[in-house]
Design a protein around this ligand. Sequence first.
Ligand code: AMP
Ligand code: MN
Ligand code: MN
Length: 337
Amino acid sequence: MTITTAEWERAVAALRGERLLIACHMDPDADTLGSALALAQAVGLAGRGTAEVVVGTVDGRPASLPRRLGALPGAEDVVDPARVAVPDTLVVVDCSGPDRLGSLAPLVDQAGQVVWIDHHRDGGARGDVLLVDPTAAATAELVAELVRRLGVPLEGSVATNLYAGLVTDTGRFGHSSTTPSAMRLGAELVAADVDVVGLTRLLFAEQRFSELTLLGAVLADARLDPRGLVWSVVDEEQLDAAGLAFGETDGLVDHLRTVSEADCALLLKRRRSGELKCSLRSINGVEVRSVAASFGGGGHDQAAGFTAHDDVEGVVERVAEAVAEAAGSRVTSTIRR
Ligand code: AMP
Ligand code: MN
Ligand code: MN
């Protein structure tokens, strides 16, 4: 952990009061929402007031939560972004930078104080208290430590929400983010009676028939570029028909990621406006964050994303070139070792 004891103590001191708002990134995933809900519940259990949870959107309209995330305990209390007042304390969770908050980004400058909790490397975290540690497997791991320091036991809804974030960001304890510390937290949460089977089914294993047929269509359209890129496209209309949100396509890109001839998987999600929201996943250890960064996006070494206004062919061409280059430098460094 790179966070000092003094910084943890400053975070604990900041978490009190009535005008406390916890903000999640746009296109929410289980780490941002689970972390926010767990922290809000812990603040309440610690007798420190009521914390509200809000999810960022581009236009300030309420996010329609993915069905799976809507089932997390407390998700029904998420507030409308158009109705939030400037808080005394703003807590930002799992955001690489203020732009990930969409219309809520101005609150970072307006709030009385800002606590920023995140695990992205080289992100644009800003605030009075920075709980940022890129070695954390999930923001949920940092929130678990904060909950302990609030004197609240890791159990009940708090434990369930933290487990949802942890199990998602570690790829069910299969990605390179799976550290001993992540495993230890997982064990602690399982010991606290988290419903592992139910949550796994909810988050990963269960899907509607419409999602199954969408997967079929995305896989049928998949292409393998000889430069080491496997890619496919999905339209907003197709996602809508399958009842999936833009932040809920991990299941699709994870299938592309199984292709052994490729170094990188790319899923291009095409909005009605023509804008492309792109998900990149590393296959053989190639670093994809800088590829996303070259498009103005970001993320983690092994999972990153960006938004593009180019056409599909243009994006694929640029990503394939970047992947070929990244794979080349990786091979070189392996040989040198
Ligand atoms: P996704 O493919 O949307 O699941 O995103 C994978 C990772 O990349 C997550 O850690 C996101 O926070 C990050 N990410 C996705 N889109 C962007 C973006 N436009 N800018 C910065 N980071 C992003
Ligand atoms: Mn996230
Ligand atoms: Mn995360």
